[in-house]
Ligand binder design. Structure first.
Ligand code: NAD
Length: 263
């Protein structure tokens, strides 16, 4: 199927590894012009090289810490200078630190707020004016199944992803008449560095190894396995595409069935 986004400019945040990188690759496969960012230059250069080797497009990359407003503005300006606009914004971020309510400090909340919610607001704020002008835009936020069913020991994610979901729904209401769609993809257990870190964290208090924790996570999924980042990316790219032209304001979980709720 031709998804109809060849030549569109796609900006993917936090995209040097994991789900962000898989989304960047899937967009490159569709022929998008790609801008990627994360905090570490060396890793970004490697990611850009990988994408170029596989898909024969040269991603534009920039160092950007999502917690820093200035970094976001600078990166967006650089992308705009390079490509002239952004048609597709994929808001990904590093996962906030794990912990129960009593484990978390004011600074932890402040950092997670900037990383998970404010970065989405800031990037959206920068790209939306041009999307309104051209009457075409796609925004897809990577959230978590935590928005449907709070995850054990992830107080920050459980709280702040809900904010992203409310923001996305409100934005979709405001700009639906400008042909801008805003959606969220909520991954379940997906085999990336983030999941490995969460397993290591759970192992510390459970007396089990992180390998055992990963096996337990997989058993908890009706499909009896963990997801791959490319399986999340497939849904993200569909929602970012021309084919998803009448889907907006929604959250779609990609979780092998692990969310137990009906809706
Ligand atoms: P990952 O740790 O593999 O990758 C995170 C990416 O974010 C990396 O490229 C990293 O460099 C970048 N990053 C981290 N902090 C950043 C910052 N301050 N500024 C810029 N870039 C930053 O994680 P992942 O598994 O790919 O997860 C992506 C998102 O999906 C996270 O928000 C995570 O919480 C969420 N999620 C993941 C899973 C899972 O099982 N992997 C499940 C649900 C939700």
């Amino acid at each position: 199927m031709d998804l109809g986004i060849k030549g569109k400019v796609a900006l993917v945040t936090a995209s040097s590894t994991g789900i962000g990188k898989a989304v960047a690759e899937a967009l490159a496969e569709e022929g998008c012009n790609l801008a990627i960012c994360s905090r570490t230059k060396e890793v970004l250069i490697e990611t850009a090289r990988d994408i170029k080797n596989k898909f024969h497009i040269e991603p534009f990359w920039g160092v950007c810490d999502l917690n820093q407003h200035k970094d976001i503005e600078n990166f967006y300006d650089a992308v705009k200078n390079h490509f002239g606009k952004v048609d597709i914004l994929i808001n990904n971020c590093g996962g906030p630190i794990p912990g129960f309510f009593r484990d978390l400090s004011e600074d932890d909340w402040d950092n997670a707020f900037k990383q998970v919610l404010l970065s989405v607001v800031r990037f959206s704020n920068l790209v939306v004016p041009k999307m309104i002008e051209q009457e075409w835009g796609r925004i897809v936020n990577i959230t978590s199944i935590a928005v449907k069913q709070p995850v054990h020991n992830l107080m920050l994610s459980n709280s702040l992803r809900a904010g992203v979901t409310g923001f996305a729904k409100s934005l979709s209401n405001e700009f639906g008449n400008k042909n801008i769609t805003v959606n969220n993809v909520a991954p379940g257990y997906t085999l990336t560095h983030r999941l490995y870190e969460l397993a290591v964290n759970r192992a510390k208090t459970s007396g089990k190894s992180h390998e055992e924790i990963l096996v337990e996570m997989a058993k908890d999924v009706p499909m009896n396995r963990l997801g791959g980042p490319e399986e999340i990316a497939a849904m993200v790219v569909f929602l970012a595409s021309q084919k998803a032209s009448y889907i907006t304001g929604t959250t779609i979980q990609v979780d092998g069935g692990s969310t137990r709720a009906i809706f």
